[in-house]
Design a protein around this ligand. Structure first.
Ligand code: ARG
Length: 459
């Protein structure tokens, strides 16, 4: 039989396959709370404008609350033949209050309805991401504070570069996640305009008050162009883009945790709560959570690419292609929130191995740059010459199987005659990090200043 919501011009109902490809209720039921909230605001506005009688509006408003509690109680009969969340809710409303339910859809279309529902949902996810990132940043700051001046190797190309501090490394992630947080906040501010009242695409002839519904739903203002209102999904793309960048940052630290927790590095110990064992190898403690977080960027960026691809060729305004937006965003949001929570737990629980960090910091000729800088500062060598002299000394140490501080003064003077015993003062890693006092550098005082600033901002 023909569809009760739009079947007037149809003699027959959709084929089973049509229904299977068309129905979105399997996933868009997640929008039930937003759908009911939007409908309640719409009905109240219609009544205030005299478009709906007060008694109808009251029956609709109360009926919608009943639907809400039925869905929240579980066991609500979501029907695929009713396509989506919008028609499932309205159909149940009709069962509850009768024909007055049919007046709810006055001056509205599913096109602006889904646009407002989805915006409300994505807006909440931006808030959740901001919250999750704030918790994560706090966890990194706590780690930084615990070892603000602990030395460790800084890497480029994953090769030992220069000594840095544990605190400095932790605070690097605070900066990244702070930018992620501001991207979600920016996206939220930009998406906070209400498309409800754009109707199908052209607006409506009913004397609606779009400013009232926008305000009732917590939007800053109504959207300014009805065609744009039902066409646009860039708010979802912004959320996905911010999520992708954030997931990329999470993935980088996850990779570091995988490396650092290995027996070869032993920089950190992950807690039992965020590791798993092996069913065959009794000694194993695997960093599965870190690995899964490292992988989530695949899904999240995949969702981003999918929605860009879905949207890119669509002529204005609404096309059913756009129904494919939701699963991508739902999956990306779920993946991101879970990753943020798991990473926060892992960072909170992990313990850095100060001795292993220090031992690694001193190996691999990590203070070679300090030696070259000393030659420039104390002997007046041009940096390029100092670089060459130091390189020769590194090669000598490598041949002797020792580190730079283990070379004798005679070894040094054989390479450059004017080197004095004072050079040994700059070859220690503690000295090296203390000397990096430039703004934002790894000197413990600089790191403590970063920590203090973020503690205040995150309080
Ligand atoms: N389920 C649809 C979606 O998610 C709702 C909008 C339907 N609009 C329409 N003209 N068929 O996009």
């Amino acid at each position: 039989s023909a569809n009760a919501m739009w079947g007037g011009r149809f003699a027959a109902g959709p084929s089973a396959i049509m229904q299977a490809i068309n129905a979105s209720i399997g996933f868009d039921q997640r929008l039930y709370a937003q759908d009911i909230r939007g409908s309640r605001a719409h009905a109240a506005m219609l009544a205030a404008q005299g478009i709906l009688s007060d008694s109808d509006a009251q029956a609709i408003g109360e009926g919608l609350l009943t639907v809400l509690s039925e869905i929240e109680a579980g066991g609500f009969d979501f029907r695929a033949d009713l396509e989506d969340i919008h028609m499932n809710v309205e159909n149940r409303l009709r069962e509850l209050i009768g024909p007055a339910a049919g007046r709810l859809h006055t001056a509205r279309s599913r096109n602006d309805q889904v646009a407002v529902d989805f915006r409300l949902w994505v807006r909440d996810q931006c808030d959740a991401a901001v919250e999750g990132l704030t918790e994560l940043m706090r966890a990194f700051v706590a780690q930084a504070e615990a070892g603000a001046d602990w030395v460790m190797p800084g890497f480029t190309h994953l090769q030992t570069a220069q000594p840095v501090t544990w605190g400095h490394h932790m605070m690097a992630y605070v900066e990244m996640f702070a930018r992620d947080r501001s991207r979600f906040a920016d996206a939220r501010a930009r998406m906070n305009e209400c498309p409800l009242g754009a109707a199908a695409l052209a607006g409506t002839s009913f004397p609606i008050d779009r400013h009232a519904t926008a305000a009732a739903l917590g939007f800053d203002r109504p959207t300014a162009n009805s065609l744009d209102s039902v066409s646009d999904r860039d708010f979802a793309l912004e959320f996905l883009s911010a999520s992708s960048i954030c997931a990329m940052h999470l993935s980088r630290f996850a990779e570091e945790l995988v490396i650092w927790s290995s027996a070869q590095f032993r920089f950190v110990r992950l807690s039992d709560g965020f590791t798993t064992g092996s069913s065959i190898m009794p000694q194993k403690k695997n960093p599965d959570a870190a690995e899964l977080i490292r992988a989530k960027i695949g899904r999240i960026l995949g969702a981003t690419v999918a929605l860009f691809t879905i949207m890119k060729g669509l002529a204005l305004t609404y096309s059913k292609d756009m129904q494919e937006d939701k699963e991508q965003v739902f999956d990306a949001a779920d993946s991101l929130m879970l990753s943020l929570a798991a990473m926060t737990g892992m960072v909170t629980d992990m313990s850095a191995n100060r001795a292993a960090l220090a031992a690694a910091a001193g190996s691999g000729f990590s203070t070679a740059t300090d030696l070259a800088d000393w030659l420039v500062r104390e002997l007046g060598l041009p940096f390029r010459d100092a670089h060459h002299v130091t390189g020769t000394l590194v090669k000598l140490a490598e041949d002797k199987g020792c580190d730079l501080p283990d070379l004798t003064l005679a070894d040094m003077q054989a390479v450059h005659a004017r080197i004095t015993a004072e050079v040994f003062g700059v070859l220690g890693v503690e000295n090296s990090v203390r000397s990096r006092t430039s703004y934002g550098g790894t000197a413990p005082d600089q790191v403590r200043a970063q920590i203090a600033r973020w503690k205040e901002l995150l309080a």
